[in-house]
Design a protein around this ligand. Structure first.
Ligand code: E4P
Length: 218
């Protein structure tokens, strides 16, 4: 399973990219708003940092406008993927953008049926939201499992991005469930790196080494 970072924060994107663990970025209008920056400029900057798919979401709800917006965004960089919300107009826009050779990521997927429709409309990626389903008492991970199983049975090449990831267990379970990608916040990457036994192990190795140095120098 590949890892993308889910943020519009350029500092976090740079840090994650330097770690060498991510190969793409997803953004959404809320994440862009949180940074308080100009949309096109942030997307351009992100594209200059990460050499991989960068999802930029349209903010119109009419197919023709989504296509227009998506076509303009796609001109920013060849790696731009147009993020389209799951709805009737979104499916039409997905089909049209796909016909124009523009990659799409259909977002706000909460059922396998929605994922299947998006795939059939030509989506390059679908983004089922795990955390938001968990939040309302549903099992977010079974959506990933079922989508992966159905795509496999029917030879569907659309990639599944496990989205709305809240903690490292989501990442582990998404990988086991067959997601192709998990898009995760920087805080989750940090949680995945750290382990108390690793920290105490490093401390002990260094303390033992220092002990040896002082014995030798006596
Ligand atoms: C995915 O592409 C979305 O940007 C994101 O994962 C949404 O996550 P949230 O539910 O934490 O807002």
């Amino acid at each position: 399973m590949k890892l993308f970072i889910d943020t519009a924060n350029v500092t976090d994107i740079r840090k994650a990219n330097e770690l060498g663990v991510i190969c793409g970025v997803t953004t959404n209008p809320s994440l862009i708003a949180k940074e308080g920056l100009v949309f096109e400029e942030v997307i351009k900057e992100i594209s200059s940092i990460v050499d991989g798919p960068i999802s930029a979401e349209v903010i119109t709800l009419e197919a023709s406008k989504m296509v227009e917006e998506g076509t303009t965004l796609a001109q920013i960089h060849p790696n731009i993927v147009i993020k389209i919300p799951m709805c009737e107009e979104g499916l039409k826009a997905t089909k049209q953008l796909t016909e124009k050779g523009i990659k799409t990521n259909v977002t706000l997927i909460f059922s396998v049926q929605q994922a299947l429709l998006a795939a059939r409309a030509g989506a390059t990626y679908v983004s089922p939201f795990i955390g938001r389903l968990d939040d309302i008492g549903f099992n977010g991970m079974s959506l990933i499992e079922d989508t992966a199983e159905i795509f496999e049975i029917h030879g569907i090449s659309t990639e599944i991005i496990a989205a709305s990831v809240r903690h490292p267990i989501h990442v582990l379970e998404a990988a086991k469930a067959g997601a192709h990608i998990a898009t995760i916040p920087y805080s989750v990457i940090t949680q995945m790196i750290n382990h108390p036994l690793t920290s105490s192990g490093i401390e002990k190795f260094l303390a033992d080494w220092q002990g040896l140095q002082s014995k030798i120098s006596k």
